[in-house]
Design a protein around this ligand. Structure first.
Ligand code: SAH
Length: 363
C-alpha cells in the first residue's frame, strides 16, 4: 500500500458560492439569459468545465471579461483538496477529499477489465444507521450539493487525464444515502450523463439505496436507464430491522412492493446487495428464505463478504460458507455473484478511511 498525505489546503476561505457544477445545461442557459448574456455561452462554459476540465473562470478565454467576472461573482468551480490518497496493490485508489467547509468525503477509483469505475459520496456522514456500516458513525453532517458530487468525478477524471484514461462508470455507493439527498443526486446523474458534460452512459451508472420506499417509486417514475441496486442484507423483516433500522420505517413487505413497481414500470432488472455477516444472516436456511423472497423477480444478487469495521462487531463468513450460500441461491434459479473485493488493504469500504482519519467528524 502506498499513501500520500498532502496539504493542498486553501489558504483563504472564500465565501461559499454555489458550485457551477451543480447547474444542468438548461439551468445555466436560463441563468445566462437572466443575466443579459447569450444562452449559447452555456455550451462553451460546459466545454471548459467538462471537456477541457479547467479550474478557473479566468481561463475561459472565449468568454468576455464581463461574463467571466459575473461567473466569478456568482459561482465557484468546486475544487476538492486531497487530504490522503492511498493506492492498493490491486490498483484501487482511495481519496479522502476535503470540502470547502473542512468536512471530508471519500471517493474510490477501481480498475476493472471493463474500465475505470468510481464510487462517489453523496452526503457528509449518513443518518440511516445501518449497524454494520462505518459511514453512519457520527450521523449526518450535511448533504452534498450536486456540484460537490460532480466535482468528485471531475477530480478523478483529471487524475486519469495524465495517462489518457477515462472514468467509464460511476457507482453511487460511497458515504451517504443517495435517496436521502434525492434532488441533488438526480441533478448529479443528469449532469454526468449529459453528452456536453462527462457523457457517462446511464447504463454505466449505478445508484444504490438502503430502501427509502417513497423515493423508489419516484425514481421508477423518472424512467432512466440507470442501474438500480437495493441494500437488502436480510431475507426477512425481523432480521432486516436488526441490521438496518430503516426497515422499521419501511418494512420489507413495502420495500418488495416498491421493487415490483420499479421492475414493472422500467422493465429493468434490480440488483440486491446482500452482505454476509458471520453467523447472522449467512446460513443455508437464510439462503433458502432469500430465494423464496426473490422468486420470479427480474433481479440479481450481489453477495458482499463483510468488510471488517473496528467500531462494529461483525465477523466474516468463511469462504466455503459463502460458496454454499451462493450455490443454494443458484440451485433455486437466482442470478448471483460474489462481489470481487478490491482495495482490501486500504480501508476501501464505505466510510472506513474517513472514520479512521477524521475521528472528530465521526464521533
Ligand atoms: N446508502 C446506500 C449507498 C451505500 S452502498 C445503500 O445503503 O445502499 C454501499 C453498500 O455497502 C451498501 O449495500 C451497504 O449496505 C454495504 N456496506 C456498508 N458497510 C458494509 C460492511 N461493513 N460490510 C459489507 N457491506 C457493507
Amino acid at each position: 500500500m502506498e499513501q500520500t498525505n498532502t496539504t493542498e489546503k486553501n489558504t483563504t476561505i472564500e465565501k461559499k458560492l454555489r458550485s457551477i457544477y451543480s447547474l444542468e445545461l438548461h439551468e445555466l442557459k436560463e441563468w445566462l439569459g437572466e443575466n443579459g448574456e447569450k444562452p449559447f455561452r452555456a455550451e462553451q462554459i460546459y466545454d471548459w468545465l467538462y471537456k477541457k476540465r479547467i479550474t478557473s473562470f479566468e481561463d475561459m478565454s472565449n468568454l468576455s471579461k464581463g461574463l467571466r467576472e459575473k461567473l466569478e461573482l456568482h459561482f465557484q468551480i468546486t475544487t476538492l483538496n486531497t487530504i490522503i490518497q492511498q493506492t492498493s496493490a490491486d490498483g484501487t485508489i482511495k481519496f479522502l477529499f476535503e470540502l470547502q467547509d473542512g468536512y471530508s468525503i471519500e471517493t474510490v477509483l477501481m480498475r476493472h477489465d471493463y474500465g475505470n469505475s468510481i464510487c462517489v459520496t453523496t452526503q457528509v456522514g449518513c443518518r440511516i444507521g445501518c449497524t454494520f456500516c462505518a459511514s453512519t458513525l457520527g450521523g449526518l453532517k450535511r448533504h452534498l450539493e450536486a456540484g460537490e458530487i460532480v466535482a468528485q468525478v471531475v477530480k478523478v477524471q483529471q487524475a486519469l487525464d495524465v495517462t489518457d484514461e477515462r472514468v467509464d462508470s460511476v457507482v453511487i455507493m460511497g458515504i451517504g444515502e443517495p435517496f436521502d439527498n434525492y434532488e441533488n443526486m438526480l441533478a448529479f446523474l443528469k449532469i454526468i450523463n449529459h453528452d456536453k458534460a462527462l457523457n457517462i452512459g446511464a447504463r454505466h451508472i449505478t445508484v444504490s439505496t438502503s430502501g427509502i420506499v417513497p423515493k423508489i417509486y419516484q425514481f421508477a417514475d423518472e424512467n432512466t436507464q440507470i442501474n438500480f441496486a437495493i441494500s437488502l442484507h436480510a431475507p426477512n423483516t425481523e432480521l432486516r430491522s436488526r441490521l438496518m433500522p430503516i426497515n422499521k420505517a419501511y418494512k420489507l413487505d413495502d420495500l418488495m412492493k416498491a421493487v415490483r413497481y420499479y421492475i414493472d414500470k422500467t422493465g429493468r432488472r434490480i440488483s440486491f446487495e446482500y452482505g454476509l455477516f458471520g453467523n447472522v444472516n449467512d446460513s443455508i436456511e437464510h439462503a433458502e428464505e432469500l430465494a423464496e423472497l426473490l422468486k420470479g423477480l427480474k433481479c440479481h444478487v450481489n453477495l458482499i463478504p463483510v468488510n471488517y469495521v473496528p467500531e462494529r462487531d461483525y465477523v466474516r463468513t468463511p469462504k466455503d460458507k459463502i460458496f454454499a450460500f451462493e450455490k443454494t441461491l443458484k440451485k433455486r434459479g437466482i442470478n448471483v455473484t460474489i462481489r470481487r473485493e478490491q482495495g482490501h488493504d486500504i480501508d476501501a469500504a464505505c466510510g472506513q478511511l474517513r472514520a479512521k482519519e477524521r475521528k472528530e467528524e465521526t464521533r
